[in-house]
Design a protein around this ligand. Structure first.
Ligand code: TXA
Ligand code: MG
Length: 330
């Protein structure tokens, strides 16, 4: 079942946005995971604008969004049975599948890689927009490169004020970017964790033994250790040494916890529900970014199910503050 957006968008608005896509412009639109910054995936000039607006390095490839399974066969040279099974089971939904690209896809979309990442989002507005545009839509998350992904239209406006057309569908229901999966000869490899977990995939396709996998971030920039980073320093309890004086800091609890002495306390989920925590994570980080606090302390969540993706994003958010590295684009 296609999820209804939190806020409805009129057919006229979707028509107008699809006209922008058709004429080579950019549209920010909601999906169930995060908001995307979309352009006609078959128009290299339009896609180039995405990289400019996002300040994204050209080596980081984009996900191509489709609204019907048939499009997969046009965009990919080969669609093996395993890919078809995963697409049938998990689409529309938060799973991105990497497959050999067809000549239709400009090489800018895949950053010169022979493979293209494809996803069918589970969001009425996204699907209607792609359908009305009449072309697949290339869309990264609608944020500046390396920064927090947007889970509502306000987040998009904050980071990308130059984007004129933002379809406001309210808050995203999943709240974390899609799982990115590649199919190797002997099984799947997860390049980015998300709401579709390893155990869910294992029910349908075996996992790769891990041989012949490029362990470098270049295999998929989502593997970079620093990403999804808020402006404020992030500490994870149990993983980093927390400064003694927290009177000027914010605490992000998973659940109800016993820590005291913070200026602000936010709960990811009062009931200890990991799905709710995922939905709230970027919302809370965006909110705290704008507060007058000196740093953030985060309580780890259990690394099961979508908790694996939550901890992945938190570690990436914290990484640059605890290691002597520079972000590629800061
Ligand atoms: O949930 C999502 O996936 C959102 C919504 C808008 O669909 N999109 C998103 O896009 O998160 P982006 O560009 O922020 O992240 C795409 C990830 C990156 O880690 C990128 O490196 C990886 O997918 N990726 C894209 N194409 C790839 C390819 N051909 N090979 C390997 N990794 C690829
Ligand atoms: Mg992104």
């Amino acid at each position: 079942m296609i999820r209804k957006p939190e806020k409805t968008i009129s057919i006229q608005e979707i028509e107008a946005a699809s006209q922008i896509i058709r004429s080579g412009g950019l549209v920010a639109f909601p999906t169930e995971t995060v908001y995307g910054l979309g352009a006609n995936a078959l128009d290299a000039k339009a896609v180039a604008q995405i990289f400019v607006v996002k300040e994204r390095p050209a080596f980081d490839p984009l996900i191509v969004h489709i609204c019907q399974l048939n499009d997969l066969f046009n965009l990919c040279k080969e669609v093996d049975d395993r890919a078809l099974i995963l697409a049938n089971v998990f689409w529309p939904g938060p799973l991105t599948i990497i497959l050999p690209k067809s000549d239709l896809i400009p090489s800018l979309v895949t950053s010169g890689l022979p493979d293209v990442a494809v996803r069918m989002p589970n969001h009425e507005v996204a699907l209607k927009l792609i359908e009305a545009a009449g072309c697949p839509i290339a869309a990264p998350s609608a944020n500046k490169f390396g920064k927090l992904s947007p889970t509502n239209a306000v987040h998009v406006r904050k980071q990308l004020p130059e984007v004129n057309c933002i379809l406001d569908g309210g808050n995203c229901s999943v709240g974390l970017e899609s799982t990115v999966v590649k199919l190797n000869d002997d099984g799947f490899v997860i390049l980015r964790h998300g709401a579709i977990t390893e155990s869910m995939l294992l029910q349908y396709v075996p996992k790769s033994s891990g041989k012949n996998i490029n362990p470098l971030p270049e295999a998929s920039p989502g593997l970079m250790k620093s990403h999804y980073s808020p402006e404020k320093r992030v500490y994870i309890i149990g993983e980093h040494t927390i400064p003694e004086d927290t009177s000027d800091a914010a605490l992000v609890n998973f659940h109800l916890s016993h820590y005291q002495g913070f200026k602000i306390v936010e709960n990811l989920s009062k009931d200890g529900d990991l799905m709710e925590a995922a939905e709230n994570l970027f919302q809370i980080l965006h909110q705290l970014e704008d507060q007058d606090i000196s740093f953030l302390v985060v309580e780890p969540v259990p690394e099961i199910g979508i908790g694996i993706a939550i901890m992945d994003r938190l570690r990436k958010a914290a990484f640059r503050f605890h290691n002597d590295i520079e972000m590629i684009k800061e």
